[in-house]
Design a binder for this molecule. Sequence first.
Ligand SMILES: Cc1cc2nc3c(=O)[nH]c(=O)nc-3n(C[C@H](O)[C@H](O)[C@H](O)COP(=O)(O)OP(=O)(O)OC[C@H]3O[C@@H](n4cnc5c(N)ncnc54)[C@H](O)[C@@H]3O)c2cc1C
Length: 408
Amino acid sequence: MQGFEIAIAGCGPAGLAAALLLARAGHHVTLFDRFPEPRPLGSGLMLQPSGMAVLAQLGLAEAVVARGAPIERLLGHSATGRTVLDARYADLPGPTSLGLGIHRASLFDVLYEAVRAAGVTIHPDHAVTGSHPTAAGRMLHFERQGDLGPFDLVIDALGLHTTLAPECGRMLPYGALWASLPWPEHGPFDRRRLEQRYRAAREMVGVLPTGQRAGQGEELSLFWSLRTDAHARWLDRGLEAWRDEVVALWPDCAELVAQITDPGQLTMARYAHRALPAPAQDRLVHIGDAWHTASPQLGQGANMALLDAMAVARAVELTRDPRAVPDMAIHLRRWHVELYQAATAFFTPLYQSDAEGPALLRDLAFAPASQFWPGKQVQALIMSGLLGNPLGMLGLDRVDYAELLATA
Ligand SMILES: Cc1cc2nc3c(=O)[nH]c(=O)nc-3n(C[C@H](O)[C@H](O)[C@H](O)COP(=O)(O)OP(=O)(O)OC[C@H]3O[C@@H](n4cnc5c(N)ncnc54)[C@H](O)[C@@H]3O)c2cc1C
């Protein structure tokens, strides 16, 4: 098969993974991003067994594990100390499974270095503004460079605010403030847990171990749930008042919040719940956050992005026709995406909401039910990204973390 001329818009996890898979399969791949030089945005995230299967397929699982923090358990307590969430990867049947807390920069570095080593052409400083199909292929439009192309296939991995698709969905009322902080060596936190404290579903503080970025010591991500329309008021009230609120909810965080002396150390992340009605078009396929986004409560976005990238690579392999790739790729992923969109819409209000009802439902019904069979197995399956068997559709195997940790 002669290689396709493929343009990928966006250097996030979706775009980088797709570039690597397709370049290694012999296609000529060009990556575009608006950033003037390579950089990832944000703080920490969780890589789930679903996303790790793609990284293993790329030969990058050891490299990310070496930079991340293996997570065994997700633990949430109410302000009164009651356990309202206790999800363990050990409850998954099959090979040893874990999550991996990792700084976005570490995931980006591992993927970016591999993409460069694979000989992919990367054009920074190229802000994409649109595209259109022609008889010869699809053209991409850029803010400063005009039109480039034609390409046999264009992959939209531009994230939530993609310029290659119409806006859809809704912004969620709650977002979160995030900060990366040094791991407190003799502190009260457990390296193998993502821990959260809640007051009803109105307040939430969380600590996610994120391993070690290149050239840095061990770190964690601290996050604080906040209504997006309350951000200005939060700024006005000042850091002192916020520190008191955090410590009142979870006293162990005192040492962490004391390190935050400037509101600029905290980034406000806003979330959206949306899925494009038509993610497959003529020689154009939307993947990752460009196709679908949800609140990060279930920690799936980057993992979904990696699975979407894998689906495009599989579709290219299976169809060998660039015009058939978009439909096939979306077909391979649609069921899993819809399942998790529904799960996230259901679970998010239990953790971020002004109403008392969802938090009561969480504390009195879900928390007890998730401690016994089959509740705890289902909970582990949802958390790991494996509900709906997304790996089977893509011909991927689950990673055995016992083996992976031994080699990494
Ligand atoms: C606070 C927060 C916490 C999260 N936690 C988790 C978690 O624990 N686990 C998890 O799996 N996911 C998590 N997510 C979601 C995850 O970060 C995203 O789902 C993931 O980054 C999506 O990857 P992507 O490659 O599709 O898009 P992005 O990572 O958004 O990448 C898009 C790329 O496109 C570029 N770009 C955008 N517009 C243009 C343009 N017009 N022209 C050129 N380039 C452009 C950007 O510079 C960027 O490089 C979280 C998200 C947030 C906000």
